[in-house]
Design a protein around this ligand. Structure first.
Ligand code: NAD
Ligand code: MN
Length: 349
């Protein structure tokens, strides 16, 4: 590769503050990655209110035809239904077939070189479950009746299972925990559990995952154990909704949603995205933590096959996190600004 074409989609709220920080982190790497070329792209709820479109076709086309990868900020999706609006991030994951949402959650080791207290990864199925958004409203004898379809397919469960085993191979503990509720939802979660369990036995993987241990945990007790003994988990693989909730919960263990990165990955494309939302409560104040977005850029590089660049960014972030706590942003108890934290990281890269 001569250059790395990166689509930038800040979207809404603090996306506009943290995506430029992630872009600058890529630029700071200099010649250790192919020269980044940025393509600015539009999406989001703000855009929808101005133009009636949350995800313009030009954005999808540019990502598909002109980009090797992308960085997405966050969208503000209103909790009440707005006619004509659907979340562009949920749509993008489906349109680009980004079937895996990979969310590593790690605390910074107190002593460099020693294992950190929390070091796990949520591998979330990204295209189905309740997020197929097939909801209906009817009226019956007890008043309104709302229903939702929860779709679990063998294909999606198998490929997310494979992704989880692949991720486990790269980690010291090499353990995959299947998260489900098949004691109650024996058909849907039953299929997910059975299919993921069957991945190591597939003929095409032929012994590849023999070194990986399989565990399983029912989702509610998984949350309980996550808070009491996070060290028992390594890779947690989950259907879409459980994975969404678990990764926000895990973020609390490391101090802030503003620290947790993710990538949306498919077989052909990868899009970095901080786990947090658009944070309207702090948007525009220059106090959003840029680290989740910066780490998402590093994670994106890792998936593109540039681990050295990713390591340089991650090391710089860890050093800033181990430094003066007052220099960090307010979500971590500090007094620092988005810009000051970003500058400190860029200097170390
Ligand atoms: P949120 O993640 O935006 O915020 C939750 C809390 O964490 C807030 O107090 C916020 O200030 C804080 N926070 C989040 N990111 C931070 C950062 N980088 N630095 C410092 N503090 C940070 O979740 P929410 O408040 O439930 O949702 C707000 C909007 O974001 C909603 O419209 C929701 O639909 C949307 N959302 C979008 C995504 C996405 O784009 N993938 C994900 C979650 C929520
Ligand atoms: Mn979420």
């Amino acid at each position: 590769r001569q250059s790395l074409r990166v689509g930038l989609i800040p979207a809404d709220g603090i996306g506009h503050e943290v995506i430029p920080a992630a872009r600058d982190a890529l630029l700071a790497l200099g010649s250790s990655i192919p020269k980044p070329q940025f393509v600015d792209l539009l999406a989001g709820f703000d855009l929808f209110t101005r133009t009636g479109e949350a995800l313009p076709e030009e954005t999808v086309q540019a990502l598909t035809n002109d980009c090797d990868c992308a960085l997405f900020g966050a969208v503000s999706s209103p909790s009440q239904k707005v006619a004509g609006y659907t979340s562009p991030i949920v749509a993008l994951r489906k349109k680009l077939d980004l079937y895996a949402n990979i969310r590593p959650v790690s605390s910074v080791s107190e002593i460099p070189g020693q294992p950190p207290k929390v070091d796990l990864m949520v591998v979330r199925e990204n295209t189905e479950c309740l997020y197929v958004k097939q909801e209906t409203m009817t009226t019956g004898e007890h008043g309104k009746e709302a229903r939702a379809t929860r779709l679990i397919t063998e294909r999606a469960s198998r490929r997310i299972g494979k992704m989880a085993f692949e991720m486990a191979l790269l980690r010291p503990k090499k353990q995959v925990t299947i998260i489900h509720k098949s004691n109650v939802l024996s058909v849907t979660d039953g299929l997910f559990r059975e299919t993921v369990r069957g991945v190591p036995k597939l003929p095409e993987v032929a012994g590849k995952y023999d070194s990986v241990t399989i565990a399983e945990q029912i989702v509610d007790s998984a949350v309980y154990r996550l808070f009491r003994e996070p060290e028992i988990f390594d890779v947690m693989v989950a259907p879409n909704l459980y994975g969404d909730i678990l990764s926000d919960a895990a973020a609390a263990l490391v101090g802030s949603l503003g620290l947790v990165p993710s990538v949306n990955a498919g077989d052909k494309f990868v899009m970095g995205e901080p786990v947090h939302g658009s944070a309207p409560d702090i948007a525009g104040k220059n106090i959003a933590n840029p680290i989740a977005a910066i780490r998402s850029a590093a994670l994106m590089l890792r998936h593109l096959g540039y681990p050295d660049g990713a390591d340089r960014i991650d090391k710089a972030v860890d050093e800033v996190l181990r430094g003066d706590p007052l220099a960090l942003t307010p979500d971590l108890g500090g007094k620092g600004t988005t810009k000051a934290v970003t500058d400190a990281i860029l200097k170390l890269i």
